[in-house]
Design a protein around this ligand. Structure first.
Ligand code: NAD
Ligand code: GLY
Length: 362
């Protein structure tokens, strides 16, 4: 059977790799085996994804020695303990430097498995097999790996690129609606930070994307990956431009941490956070109020939360002080210059931030 496979390349010299997007890729043994070359493969997944896709992936990998690690599900398990379980499994299975890790699951599994691959024997190959919309458009791409610290999201990790990303859109068929919508938040982000025409396209395709129509899903994933590839290709380790991919995340991470990991989904917190970032951009006179309202309306049409929880401005400020974008004790924020263009900013008037926190967090 001929499959339609879209390919986007991440250009990073010797660390370059392809992102393959298509329907039914996990069943394609030839494709999987050509991108997972190792004889010994540790497949990291969780108790939700394993019953759905582990058997298919194992069968497609043919005669490789496959060792599965099945972790508990949830953001609250994105911990040093889970990471240690992956390392234990690698040691127990006597995996060597020529082994590979396959991350089969959403962003939680991808971030943890990537970090284990980055640190095991100072780095072994890994392949991302993202199975949520969010991980297909964002977390599997670009090499950020991490676990959470109880007081701050993604505090412990490494930049470490995968060898390949294999995004099978057929896996989205089993994804719960709330998780699917959370992925759309990161898709909207790409329009807001980089591509006003893509934002227009999203406005015109709310129904098609919400109902998971093939052509809309493929286009949204491919365009998102192209934008992420363009940004990461210029600034792999977030010295500047890459920070724009964090629009809404500083506010959002405060929400995730304050509410308890897993209570608000990452994409939901990012949606409410982007509303706050747009609001602050308008307060600074950068983003026209009409575009702030368009951003908010689009997120709402996708069924995403646009109101932040009332965690209190003081608590929020405390949590935001732990952000990785703090430099010289000053919290830098990603704000919008206009629809389709974002910037990392450190010299904003503090009053504008205070007013934003007060209005949204109470
Ligand atoms: P997730 O990994 O928790 O997956 C969401 C839920 O869907 C889980 O319950 C999971 O078991 C389940 N699931 C996964 N695939 C499924 C499928 N095909 N069918 C049914 N259920 C399925 O969450 P996520 O939204 O994929 O990722 C969020 C995480 O990604 C956060 O920890 C966030 O910090 C991280 N992230 C990382 C980056 C990065 O650049 N590394 C970028 C964005 C987000
Ligand atoms: N999700 C933010 C980044 O990859 O940089």
């Amino acid at each position: 059977m001929t499959r339609r496979v879209e390919q986007v390349d991440i250009e990073l010299g010797e660390r370059s790799y392809p992102i393959l997007v298509g329907t039914g890729l996990l069943k394609d043994g030839a494709l999987l085996q050509s991108h997972v070359r190792a004889r010994d493969v540790l497949v990291v997944t969780n108790e939700t994804v394993a019953p759905l896709y582990l058997q298919t992936v194992t069968a497609s990998l043919g005669d490789r020695r496959i060792v599965p690690v099945i972790l508990p599900d949830g953001e609250e398990h994105k911990t040093l303990e889970s990471y240690a379980r992956i390392l234990d499994a690698l040691v127990q299975a006597r995996m060597n430097r020529d082994a590979a890790v396959v991350a089969l699951g959403g962003g939680v599994i991808g971030d943890m498995a990537g970090f284990a691959a980055a640190s095991y024997q100072r780095g072994i190959d890994y392949v991302q097999v993202p199975t949520t919309l969010l991980s297909q458009v964002d977390s599997s791409v670009g090499g950020k790996t991490a676990v959470n610290h109880p007081q701050a999201k993604n505090m412990i990790g490494a930049f470490y690129q995968p060898r390949c990303v294999i995004a099978d859109t057929a896996t989205l068929a089993t994804l719960p609606d709330r998780e699917y919508r959370a992925g759309i938040a990161e898709i909207v982000k790409y329009g807001l930070i980089y591509d006003a025409a893509f934002f227009d396209w999203l406005e015109s395709n709310v129904e098609a994307l919400s109902s998971r129509t093939d052509h809309a899903v493929m286009h949204a994933i491919k365009r998102s990956c192209e934008i992420k590839a363009a940004v990461v290709g210029v600034d792999e380790r977030e010295h500047g431009l890459r920070a724009i991919l964090n629009l809404g995340h500083t506010f959002g991470h405060a929400i995730e941490t304050a509410m308890g990991y897993g209570t608000w989904l990452h994409g939901e917190a990012v949606a409410a956070g982007m509303v706050m970032a747009a609001d602050m951009s308008t307060r600074l006179g950068w983003l026209p109020a009409a575009d702030r309202d368009r951003s908010r309306t689009l997120l709402a049409r996708f069924g995403l939360p646009i109101e932040a929880p009332r965690i209190g401005a003081t608590r929020a400020r405390e949590l935001m002080g732990m952000d990785k974008k703090v430099l010289d004790r000053k919290l830098r924020l990603v704000l919008m210059r206009k629809l389709g263009q974002a910037d990392i900013v450190g010299d904003y008037p503090v009053d504008a931030l205070d007013a934003t926190l007060q209005q949204h967090f109470g």
